[in-house]
Write a protein that binds this ligand. Structure first.
Ligand code: GTP
Length: 308
């Protein structure tokens, strides 16, 4: 005869009563197959947080194994897309009938994309940290996605100061010359005395959160990364030959950016996308001039939307 095991989650009362906003698990290890908007199913190694609420102040606890098994089933069932996320949240609630009326899941993974070189006929992998957050609140579904994009930012102030030093060096070198030829100047410009100072650039990170239309079927990872990179113009590169490096230098010189400029570029680009219901973004310039970072934060500005 099977032993009857005690089940305190169902039978015991809470020692101290009180409603709880979220109860669940974090750092759940989960292999998943993601299908984003490039149509290519891709295996990722995800870390997951899963929660339900506990509105009954006397209920001892939730059933953690049920949340875990619903996630496990999703991982085995096929590709993760917005529909499977919705069913997962429904499972969280239905497996906690009479206990919970809200559910939340957060799935974090790195998504690799092939990126073409700037000029040469090459391509390589770039990795983008992605987080999906789905929540179900008394039947109301909300889907959010975050992607972090690395790029290069060259300081406009530093560029102007460097140009002034170059002008000064030109005056010192040629100020007394009566007959200066273009060849002389061109030759001089190709030396380190000619370009006597260079502006500083920094590795920069745009953290972008978007609210997705729950009716959407595909995860818009690729279109969001493309939109962000094309607004910034200087994404970190994968495969780089000399012609690509020279083009990168040109793009940096033609897209000088303070942290304010980068945030405004992204705001404009995201406002243009009708699939994005709301957004919040933070750009971080990991300065090379000083040890602290320059940061700017903005959002779409909806009254009931993301707040800065
Ligand atoms: N609720 C809760 N469970 C925890 C916690 N830490 C570990 N667990 C364990 O999670 C395990 C799974 O819980 P349940 O889902 O209730 O497991 P179960 O009773 O076998 O499953 P059901 O019969 O479906 O309820 C239990 O063995 C708990 O001890 C905690 O802080 N809260």
């Amino acid at each position: 005869m099977a032993t009857i095991m005690p089940d305190v989650a169902s039978s015991a009362k809470a020692q101290i009563g009180g409603t709880l906003d979220w109860v669940g698990m974090s750092n759940i290890e989960l292999p998943l197959t993601i299908r984003a908007d490039d149509g290519q199913p891709r295996a990722v190694s995800a870390k997951v947080e899963a929660f339900v609420n506990l509105p009954n102040p006397q209920a001892k606890g939730i059933h953690m194994s049920r949340l875990y098994l619903a996630l496990d089933q999703m991982s085995l069932a096929g590709e993760l897309n917005l529909n499977s996320l919705k069913s997962l949240l429904d499972d969280f609630i239905s497996s906690h009938e009479a206990l919970s009326d809200r559910a939340r899941v957060k799935i974090s993974f790195d998504y690799h994309l092939r990126r073409s070189s700037l000029l040469s006929d090459n391509s390589g992998w770039r990795s983008y940290p992605v987080t999906l957050v789905g929540s179900l609140n008394q039947g109301k579904l909300s889907m959010e996605m975050n992607v972090d994009v690395s790029y290069s930012s060259t300081c406009p102030c530093s560029a102007a100061l460097a140009r002034q030093l170059i002008q000064d060096a030109f005056n010192t070198q040629f100020g007394q010359e009566q007959s200066l030829t273009p060849e002389q100047v061109q030759q001089w410009l190709g030396t380190t005395q000619g370009v006597v100072a260079t502006p500083h650039s920094q590795r920069s990170i745009a953290e972008v959160w978007v609210k997705l239309d729950p009716e959407m079927e595909e995860l818009p990872i690729v279109s969001l990364v493309d939109r962000i990179e094309s607004a910034l113009q200087t994404p970190v590169q994968a495969a780089v030959k000399r012609e690509d490096e020279q083009e990168f230098a040109r793009l940096n010189g033609q897209n000088l950016m303070f942290v304010e400029d980068a945030a405004r570029r992204l705001k404009l680009a995201l406002n243009d996308d009708t699939q994005i219901l709301d957004f919040w973004l933070r750009v971080n310039h990991l300065e090379s001039l000083h040890a602290h970072d320059a940061v700017s934060v903005t959002c779409k500005g909806l009254a009931d939307g993301y707040q800065p």
